[in-house]
Design a protein around this ligand. Structure first.
Ligand code: UDX
Ligand code: ADP
Length: 485
C-alpha cells in the first residue's frame, strides 16, 4: 500500500505468539487511529485470539484480557489471511518464532531463521507500494541484511498495480518479560529502534511516542539494535547463573544467598534486580539467545568469548541437575515409587509458558529415578505437561493410591493434580519449582498432616516461611541456604 512513511495508518504483524499478540494489542490500544492486523498461519491460535471468552486467549498475561476487550474489533484484528494483511500494510512487524536449530550447520546453537525467511519472501511477494519492515523477533546480528536482500530482490515493477515496491528494514527488538508483558509494554524502560532510514525511524517512533516519553526511544544502527537484544538477555541470564553459583557456595558455608543478594544488590553499581536464586532460568529467550551469541562469537573467530557465555548456560543446566540429585540423596538415595509433589511447572510465575522450564528437566531426572510425580500448576494443563515430558499421564495414580505396577518395574510416572493439597496427599516430598503466589501462603500445618512421614519440602525459589514449615514437623531445604534439619 503506497503511503508517506511518516503517516502510518495500517500495521500488519506476522506472528500472533507471545511477542506479537500482546505487543500489537498494546499498540492498537494506545493508537486508536491505526488499524492493526495480526496474522498467523496457525488457525487454532487465531481462533483463540478471536474467542469471545477472554479466559481462553492463547496466552495468559495479567491485564491482557482488558486490553483485548478495548481494542479487538475496533482497530485490532486477528486473522489467518496473511496475504491481505501484508497487502494493506504500511508497516509490517515480523514476529515469528526463531528457535535454536536442531540439525545442520550451527545445530544446537544458531537460530533457525526459516520462518523469518519465509515471512520476508511473503512480504516481498504481496506488499504493495512503500513498506517499512520491522524485525520484532530476536535475531542474530546481520539478519536484517538477509531480510533486505530478499525484499530487494522483489523490487520490481508490480505488474498488477503498475506501482513499484520499495522496502526499508528496521530492527525494533522487544524487551517484554512474560507475566509482566502488558506493564512492560505500557511503561517500557526503553524502546530501541535500529536503522538508517530517517523517515522510517520517524514513522515508527511516532507510534511509540503516543505513550512512551521521547527520551526513552533510543536510535542505533541496525547491527547495534540486533546485538543489544541478545546482549541484554545474556547479561540478565548471567546474573542468574552468578547468583545460583553463589547459592551453592552459600549452602555449604552457612551463608544465606538472600542475605548475600541483599548485601551486594544495595551497591548501586550492582543493583537489586535479577538476584533471586532459583532452579535456573527458563523461558524461550535466555538459553536460545546465549547459544546464538556463542555461535556468533565462534563464527566471528572469538572462541574465548564464546566459552565465556557458554558457561552461563552450563551453570544453569548444572543447577537443575543439582536440585534433582539432592532430592534423591536426601530421600535415602532412592525415589523409586515414592510420591513427590511438584508445585509449579511454568518457567516462572504469572505465565502458562513452559518453554525451557526448569520443572521439565527436574521432573525428567526424577522420572528417570522411578518417582511418582503429582504435578500441580495453576495455569499449565496436563496436555502441555505430557508434551514437555514426552510421557503420558498415568491416570491410575490420581489421588492417594500408589501405582503398584510402576513401583514393581521401577518406571517413573506422573499425573496432574487439581490443587497443591491433592498433590501433597501421601507425598514423601514437596518440591516448589515455580514461585506462584499461592505457594507463599501454604497452610503447612494442614500439609504436614497429609504427607507421609518423614516428609520433606524442597524450596527451589526461597518462598516459604521457614518457621511455619518446620513447626509443621517437615524437613526443609531452601535454595542458597541448604538443609534446615
Ligand atoms: C526475558 C527478558 O527479561 C526479557 O527482557 C526478554 O524480552 C525475554 O526474556 P522472560 O524470559 O519472559 O523475559 O522472563 P524473565 O523474567 O526475564 O525470567 C527468565 C527466567 O529467569 C525465569 O525462569 C525466571 O524464573 C528466572 N529468574 C529471573 C531467576 O531465576 N531469578 C531472577 O532473579 C530473575
Ligand atoms: P514468540 O515467543 O517469539 O512470539 P511464538 O512461537 O509464540 O514466538 O509465535 C510465533 C508465531 O509465528 C506462531 O504462532 C507461528 O504460527 C507464527 N508464524 C511462523 N511463521 C509464520 C509465517 N510465515 N506466517 C505467519 N505466521 C507465522
Amino acid at each position: 500500500m503506497a503511503n508517506s512513511s511518516a503517516q502510518i495508518q495500517n500495521i500488519c504483524c506476522i506472528g500472533a505468539g507471545y511477542v506479537g499478540g500482546p505487543t500489537m494489542a498494546v499498540i492498537a490500544d494506545k493508537c486508536p487511529h491505526l488499524t492493526v492486523n495480526v496474522v498467523d498461519l496457525n488457525q487454532e491460535r487465531i481462533s483463540a485470539w478471536n474467542s469471545k471468552n477472554l479466559r481462553t486467549l492463547p496466552i495468559y498475561e495479567p491485564g491482557l484480557d482488558q486490553v483485548i476487550e478495548r481494542a479487538r474489533g475496533r482497530n485490532l484484528f486477528f486473522s489467518t489471511d496473511v496475504k491481505s494483511g501484508i497487502k494493506s500494510a504500511d508497516m509490517i512487524f515480523i514476529s515469528v518464532n526463531t528457535p535454536t536449530k536442531t540439525k545442520g550447520l550451527g545445530s544446537g546453537q544458531a537460530s533457525d531463521l526459516r520462518w523469518v525467511e519465509a515471512c520476508a519472501r511473503e512480504v516481498a511477494e504481496h506488499a504493495e507500494g512503500h513498506t517499512i519492515v520491522v524485525e520484532k523477533s530476536t535475531l542474530p546480528v546481520k539478519t536484517a541484511a538477509a531480510v533486505q536482500a530478499i525484499l530487494h530482490s522483489s523490487n520490481l515493477p508490480n505488474k498488477d498495480s503498475d506501482k513499484s515496491k520499495s522496502f526499508v528494514v528496521l530492527s525494533n527488538p522487544e524487551f517484554l518479560a512474560e507475566g509482566t508483558a502488558i506493564a512492560d509494554l505500557e511503561c517500557p524502560d526503553r524502546v530501541l529502534i535500529g536503522g538508517e532510514d530517517q523517515e522510517a525511524i520517524k514513522a515508527l517512533s511516532n507510534i511509540y511516542s503516543q505513550w512512551v516519553p521521547q527520551e526513552k526511544i533510543l536510535h542505533t544502527n541496525l547491527w547495534s539494535s540486533e546485538l543489544s537484544k541478545l546482549t541484554a538477555n545474556a547479561f540478565l541470564a548471567q546474573r542468574i547463573s552468578s547468583i545460583n553459583s553463589v547459592a551453592a557456595l552459600c549452602e555449604v558455608t552457612g551463608a544465606d544467598v538472600r542475605e548475600v543478594a541483599k548485601a551486594i544488590g544495595t551497591d548501586s553499581r550492582i543493583g537489586e534486580k535479577f538476584l533471586s536464586s532459583g532452579p535456573g532460568f527458563g523461558g524461550s529467550c535466555f538459553k536460545k539467545d546465549i547459544l546464538n551469541l556463542v555461535y556468533l562469537c565462534r563464527h566471528f573467530g572469538l572462541p574465548e568469548v564464546a566459552d565465556y557465555w557458554q558457561n552461563v548456560v552450563t551453570i544453569n543446566n548444572w543447577q537443575q541437575t543439582r536440585i534433582a540429585r539432592l532430592v534423591v540423596n536426601k530421600l535415602f538415595g532412592t525415589v523409586t515409587s515414592k510420591k513427590l509433589a511438584l508445585l509449579g511447572f511454568a518457567f516462572k510465575a504469572n505465565t502458562n509458558d513452559t518453554r525451557e522450564a526448569p520443572a521439565i528437566s527436574i521432573a525428567k531426572d526424577l522420572l528417570e529415578e522411578g518417582a511418582e510425580l503429582a504435578i500441580y500448576d495453576p495455569k499449565v494443563d496436563a496436555n502441555q505437561i505430557a508434551l514437555d515430558l514426552g510421557v503420558t499421564e498415568t491416570k491410575a495414580n490420581i489421588g492417594q493410591k500408589r501405582n503398584k505396577e510402576s513401583s514393581l518395574n521401577n518406571e517413573g510416572t506422573w499425573w496432574a493434580a487439581k490443587s497443591l493439597y491433592d498433590a501433597s496427599k501421601g507425598a514423601d516430598a514437596i518440591l516448589i519449582i515455580t514461585e506462584w503466589e499461592e505457594f507463599r501462603s501454604i497452610d503447612w500445618n494442614q500439609i504436614g498432616l497429609i504427607m507421609r512421614q518423614p516428609a520433606w519440602v524442597f524450596d527451589s525459589r526461597g518462598v516459604v516461611i521457614k518457621d511455619k514449615v518446620k513447626s509443621a514437623g517437615l524437613k526443609l531445604w531452601i535454595v542458597g541456604e541448604g538443609f534446615n534439619d
